[in-house]
Design a protein around this ligand. Structure first.
Ligand SMILES: NC(=O)c1ccc[n+]([C@@H]2O[C@H](COP(=O)([O-])OP(=O)(O)OC[C@H]3O[C@@H](n4cnc5c(N)ncnc54)[C@H](OP(=O)(O)O)[C@@H]3O)[C@@H](O)[C@H]2O)c1
Length: 280
């Protein structure tokens, strides 16, 4: 991993040694990498520092960041999953972003298609989470109108911290009762069947879940964008092309004026660009 932007002492200025250049362990390139820390796998602590939430958050405020992966040609999935676009480095960033979050907000279709499991407690982040006043793992909050979720899955029955379901007041009372019997807390964040993004963000913040992370999918992310509640996008640009008609990372109705974001940082590993943009 190396930092391309902002340019710091973790930005390699020399290319990595060519394959087969084994003799030159003291070559300027390897010496440079050793000195700068570039071109090596970053520790999870370094990644966590790089992706820290704004600290402190203003009193009562929350911060919603999204973490998404896209191919070079804009696909947000391949064969119904994001995994074919991902990599080991991407999964390290994914895990780090989860470890920094109070809550992971995810659309029901992603839960159904990707077989979501409960978030794990990771030893590497335990101290950091305790110091930040966080539980051992982030809460997973699933957004659904239909309530068509399998509440017998480990995501609902075996989490370290109870999974939340965000839904509208007019969603099925029978399905809500079933969710609650499985140990799920149902949070109402909208008058109809749908969840209102502003209400969802506020309801989570009221529960003390202020460092918010959404992992999509595109339908849900598009609504957060349209409602103007997305503060930050962590976009992994995968060095792949998929062609075809795959969803982009955000869908739903088009918004009237494109929202502008400013680049906050760009990291690179194995050809993946790990970008971080903040809403202006
Ligand atoms: N590239 C990436 O980083 C990335 C990340 C995540 C997912 N994905 C991919 O994206 C695909 C799934 O995305 P998707 O866009 O189809 O689905 P999604 O956004 O994950 O979920 C859509 C579902 O979420 C619920 N939902 C969304 N907005 C709602 C609202 N305002 N109120 C109530 N419920 C709401 C609805 O659930 P109900 O139908 O239950 O009402 C809706 O059908 C998968 O292929 C997945 O692999 C890619």
């Amino acid at each position: 991993m190396r930092r391309l932007f902002p340019v710091t002492d973790m930005t390699s200025t020399t290319p990595p040694r060519a394959a087969g250049d084994t003799a030159g362990t003291t070559s300027s390139a390897s010496a440079d990498a050793a000195v700068t820390g570039a071109d090596r796998e970053w520790t999870l602590d370094e990644l966590a520092d790089a992706y820290a939430y704004p600290d402190p958050l203003p009193e009562g405020a929350s911060w919603l960041r999204a973490n998404m992966v896209s191919s070079l040609d804009g696909a947000g999935q391949h064969d119904g999953r994001s995994q074919p676009l991902s990599s080991d480095a991407d999964m390290r960033v994914f895990g780090t972003l989860r470890a920094l979050a109070d809550v992971v907000i995810v659309g029901a279709e992603t839960v159904r298609q990707e077989g979501y499991r409960p978030a794990r407690a990771r030893e590497a982040f335990a101290e950091r989470r305790a110091a930040a006043g966080q539980g051992p793992a982030p809460v997973i909050a699933v957004v659904t109108a239909s309530m068509e979720l399998d509440f017998s899955l480990p995501l609902f029955t075996e989490p370290l911290v109870p999974t939340l379901v965000l839904t509208g007041a007019a969603s099925s009372p029978e399905r809500r009762a079933e969710a609650e019997r499985a140990g799920v807390e149902v949070v109402i964040a909208g008058d109809g069947r749908d969840v209102q993004p502003l209400e969802a963000v506020a309801a989570l913040a009221e529960r003390g879940l202020r460092r918010q992370l959404t992992e999509g999918g595109p339908t849900l992310l598009g609504q957060f964008v349209a409602a103007g509640v997305l503060d930050e996008l962590c976009l992994s640009l995968s060095p792949t092309m998929t062609a075809g008609g795959a969803q982009r990372i955000a869908g739903g109705p088009v918004i009237a004026v494109p929202q502008r974001f400013a680049v906050a940082s760009v990291l690179e590993q194995d050809g993946f660009l790990f970008t971080r943009y903040r809403r202006i």
